[in-house]
Design a protein around this ligand. Structure first.
Ligand code: DO4
Ligand code: MG
Length: 297
């Protein structure tokens, strides 16, 4: 099942089931978003699909009419979940370790983490720092080298199981990260640092998350200036292992999003510029598309 959140002027934020080009609005006064569906499934010890399928459809929309630029005067998609927290995993693909080690003065620290038993896990965002499909991702004012990081993300439900998947752009200020590894939180966490969407695909629709094509394109002035791809089969760690480390002595709320690391390392020449558009396409999930702007100018 594919779930979306969307905005209808004068009505507000809605949650729906997407099938083909159809979106069925299943919002109720108690269930106003995907987070409530996931919480209800956790507390009733059932699946997200079952809770969503049991809600009454109160309106229908075409997906095309919702998949538009974020503008409060018109219907548009919202991020597919308002996560209590987003956490990130790092250096889960060999290419990520190699390129980060090449580009930093601290040779070998990324290779160490790639090979170590303990994964890199960092705090990434809260919902207020995230954006949905077609909304702006941001370059912080003190960064000249901010990169898109195309990643698959999963949502943690009851008993720490995976209840769904979405596409994530872990937008990162690489120049700040490279200056000193202790600056990592500032390279990762800022307004508009994390894009999620366009939909939340429930776990039942993705029986094998380790065999999906992940593609990324950067478009500048209507021209594709970068395109790359990777299969999720190249990831070194299993998601259960990542969740286990995340949750060790660390209370994690139902609905927390975990983004699993990038295997597409975009060369420095394609650092983001205002006006660029980043597209990340993950097989069986969807295409997340975001324009870029610089903060504080
Ligand atoms: O260690 C820095 C961040 C790594 C990361 O975000 C990734 O590998 O995707
Ligand atoms: Mg990343």
């Amino acid at each position: 099942m594919k779930l979306v959140q969307f905005y209808i002027p004068e009505i507000g934020s809605r949650v729906g089931i997407m099938e083909g080009d159809h979106v069925s609005d299943i919002t109720t006064s108690e269930v106003c978003g995907t987070l409530e569906i996931i919480r209800k499934a956790a507390s009733e010890n059932t699946s997200v699909d079952e809770i969503a399928a049991g809600l009454t459809v109160n309106a229908e929309y075409s997906y095309e009419s919702l998949n538009t630029k974020s503008d409060d005067s018109k219907p548009h998609l919202l991020m597919p979940i308002y996560p209590p927290e987003v956490w990130g995993c790092g250096v889960t693909y060999k290419r990520s370790a190699e390129m980060r080690d090449e580009d930093t003065g601290e040779k070998g620290i990324y290779d160490y983490v790639y090979s170590a038993e303990r994964p890199e896990i960092f705090f990434k965002a809260t919902a207020s720092r995230c954006v949905g499909n077609k909304d702006y991702i941001c370059i912080r004012r003190d960064s000249e080298l901010t990169a898109a990081e195309p990643e698959m993300a999963y949502v943690i439900g009851g008993k720490q199981g995976i209840v769904g998947y979405t596409v994530c752009n872990d937008v990162s200020a690489w120049d700040i990260e490279r200056e000193n590894p202790l600056y990592l939180p500032q390279s990762k966490v800022f307004y508009g640092c994390c894009a999620l969407g366009p939909v939340l695909v429930t776990a039942s629709e993705i029986p094998d998350p380790y065999n999906l094509d992940i593609k990324c394109r950067i478009i500048r002035k209507d021209e594709v200036i970068f395109s790359g791809n990777i299969s999720s089969s190249a990831i070194k760690r299993k998601f259960e292992e990542l969740t286990e480390f995340l949750c060790r002595d660390n209370p994690i709320l139902v609905g927390t999003v975990m983004t699993t690391g990038t295997g597409i390392m975009i060369p420095n020449d394609y650092a983001l510029e205002p006006g660029d558009v980043v597209e990340i396409d993950i097989e069986d999930i969807g295409i997340l598309e975001n324009p870029v702007k610089k903060l504080g100018v």
